[in-house]
Design a protein. Structure first.
Lengths: 131, 142
């Protein structure tokens, strides 16, 4: 796989969602409150879902990928405890500003629950050794 | 404790309102807990026994900042825009501050965007994050 090809995919990962704030009574992460608000159950915290995408970037580019780069993530749909989420990355462009990667987090039904745009500080290999 | 804090409203959270800063030291235990959530191993963050804080963990620094300034219950994190100058190290003393940038409404939900600045105790800027959260969520389907 050559990440230099626009549209080429980074190796995807799977993560079983864990609602770490399920005990936060009265919050949207609490099953009871979330059901009252019309959701299936407590929502997995958005920060946790966004971190699935930073994990993918770390595995592709090394832990220091974000230094001098950037990451912007947006939550689109709720993520629930126990769902196996698939995280994908698609290489978009290389320039003087670095490499741009489009990221998505999918639920088991294939819905896109979060999207992200990441940029590394400078062109480098996505072999996982560039830390 | 949060019940004594003011509610987050247009009046209490005007753009420019500073958020109550706090000190934070990320321990190895914090990092291990975070990595369990994302399914990662710790090895990728260890270098000659020096442990680096994962970039994704910094995104969560917003919570004590906003929830230590305002009281609201059904908040939903919507987006984060993260810029990092240097990753903190485990056990490094950090100071986290920020301010309200804007409030807006969309689809009957009320949103707040605020900045989060992560500095060392000595004042070195390590990261800046812009967060947007829903602070007043409409009932689904309403």
């Amino acid at each position: 796989m050559s990440p230099a090809d626009t549209g080429s995919a980074l190796p995807s990962i799977q993560v079983t969602a864990l609602n770490t704030l399920s005990e936060s009574r009265g919050s949207i992460h609490d099953d009871e409150k979330a059901r009252e608000m019309g959701y299936r159950g407590g929502l997995v915290p958005g920060v946790t879902v966004l971190a699935y995408m930073t994990r993918l970037m770390g595995e592709a580019y090394g832990r220091d990928w974000a230094i001098g780069g950037s990451f912007e993530g947006v939550i689109r749909r709720p993520v629930y405890e126990g769902d196996v989420m698939t995280v994908t990355g698609e290489f978009r462009a290389t320039g003087e500003d670095g490499e741009q990667v489009h990221l998505e987090v999918h639920d088991p039904e294939g819905n896109v629950c979060a999207i992200g745009e990441a940029r590394t500080p400078a062109p480098r290999s996505a072999s996982g050794s560039a830390s | 404790m949060t019940a004594s804090l003011p509610p987050l409203t247009e009046e209490t959270a005007a753009p420019g309102t500073r958020l109550n800063s706090y000190d934070r030291t990320v321990t190895r235990g914090d990092i291990e807990t975070f990595l369990r959530r994302t399914g990662e191993g710790i090895e990728a963050y260890l270098d000659d026994d020096v442990l680096t804080v994962p970039s994704g963990l910094l995104i969560g620094f917003y919570a004590p900042l906003i929830h230590g300034t305002f009281h609201y219950e059904a908040g939903v994190h919507v987006s984060s825009d993260l810029s990092i100058t240097r990753l903190p190290l485990a056990d490094e003393s950090l100071r986290v501050g920020g301010e309200v940038l804007r409030l807006f409404e969309k689809n009957d939900n009320k949103y707040v965007t605020f900045s989060v600045e992560v500095d060392t105790a000595g004042g070195e800027r390590l990261a800046r994050i812009e967060h947007t959260s829903i602070y007043a969520l409409r009932k689904k389907g309403s």
